[in-house]
Design a protein around this ligand. Structure first.
Ligand code: FES
Length: 188
């Protein structure tokens, strides 16, 4: 199987069980400690995997259903890996009154998402709304990974997203083209 960036992140995360172990051995049965453990799991993996949930359940004795309940209650926790491009839509006051909700609709439409999940089916884009990111004079604002895009209109936003889609497609094509070469050189 081609090791896409998302798969790579996942497999790197799965190799970090020892780091998670360090957090788990300190667990002393206090109910309030479940949240720090979940935070640690998310820091370690980038999200909270099924494997991490059953591991935490085994150590703490808490039912997996309860752990899922806690994860889905708090917006900070993720049950799936973050995409290669993390899009943050500011919904602070200045951005909200300048059309942040419209931008979100455009993003879902342009990326073929329906809003029920925060990551696109191919694992390329993750979309989340955040509070003020500190550049209100540019409202409405989004960030994509480290880049900030401000004073957006729906039309400008579509152009921005099309650029990222082209970039993602190119990166995928390059990764796919490189895969057979890596396989043959590994076998040489
Ligand atoms: S409200 Fe969006 S940057 Fe401040």
């Amino acid at each position: 199987m081609t090791d896409t960036p998302t798969n790579k992140t996942q497999s790197e995360g799965e190799n970090k069980l020892p780091e998670l172990n360090q957090a788990l051995w300190q667990y002393d049965g206090q109910p309030g400690q479940l949240i720090p453990l979940l935070q640690r799991a998310q820091e370690t993996y980038g999200y909270i995997s099924e494997k991490a949930i059953s591991y935490i359940a085994g150590i703490t004795g808490e039912p997996e259903a309860k752990i899922y309940g806690v994860i889905t209650f708090y917006k900070q926790f993720r049950l799936a890996p973050v995409g290669d491009y993390l899009i943050r839509v500011c919904d602070g006051t200045a951005c909200h009154v300048n059309g942040a909700k419209d931008l979100l609709e455009v993003i879902y439409d342009e990326l073929g998402m329906d809003g029920s999940r925060d990551t696109s089916d191919d694992g390329t884009f993750t979309v989340e709304t955040v509070a003020c990111i500190g550049c209100c004079s540019l409202a409405p604002v989004i960030t994509v990974n480290e880049d900030t895009h401000g004073r957006l209109t729906p039309m400008k936003l579509r152009k921005v997203l099309k650029r990222y889609k082209r970039r993602a497609k190119k990166e995928l094509a390059e990764a796919t083209a490189a895969a057979p070469a890596e396989t043959s050189s590994a076998g040489a």
